[in-house]
Design a protein around this ligand. Structure first.
Ligand SMILES: [Cu+2]
Length: 144
């Protein structure tokens, strides 16, 4: 049994359950920001275990001044980031936020963060939001 994975799944359980029915967050982590860094990024696998489509419209963390979903694109050999449309998650579908692709940009940290700390992330599905606690790590969690 892989206790590391079980630990992560437990940590990613929602702190509130009213909104975004069926929304699951797996293998989530926030990259430990280098000292003096203006920001960092969060990665996760999102899953809609519900029976209705979910649209993730806004992202917020009380520990950062600015939080936004980003997509990385390589244009003329240069990686650029842009804000994608709100993320649609049909029932049974997954969306992967991973280094080099979709990611949650976390800018203007309010405090220093180190491996073992947690970042609170609110995900809005329409007017309501669910909050998840994401662990800060230096390296990605091992693949499941
Ligand atoms: Cu970005």
């Amino acid at each position: 049994m892989n206790f590391g994975r079980v630990f992560l799944l437990i940590l990613a359980l929602p702190l509130s359950t009213q909104a975004c029915p069926g929304l699951e967050v797996h293998a989530a982590w926030v990259r430990e920001p280098p000292p003096g860094s203006p920001g960092t990024a969060a990665f996760m696998q999102l899953h809609n275990a519900g029976t209705s489509p979910l649209t993730l419209t806004q992202w917020h963390s009380p520990q950062f001044g600015m939080t936004m979903l980003h997509a990385t694109e390589v244009i003329d050999g240069e990686a650029r980031m842009r804000a994608p449309a709100p993320l649609s998650l049909p029932p049974g579908e997954d969306a992967l936020l991973a280094p080099g692709g979709l990611h949650l940009m976390l800018m203007k940290p309010m405090q220093s963060l180190h491996e073992g700390d947690f970042v609170s992330i609110e995900i809005n599905c329409g007017p309501q939001a669910r909050t998840f606690a994401l662990p800060v790590r230096r390296e990605p969690p091992a693949a499941p």
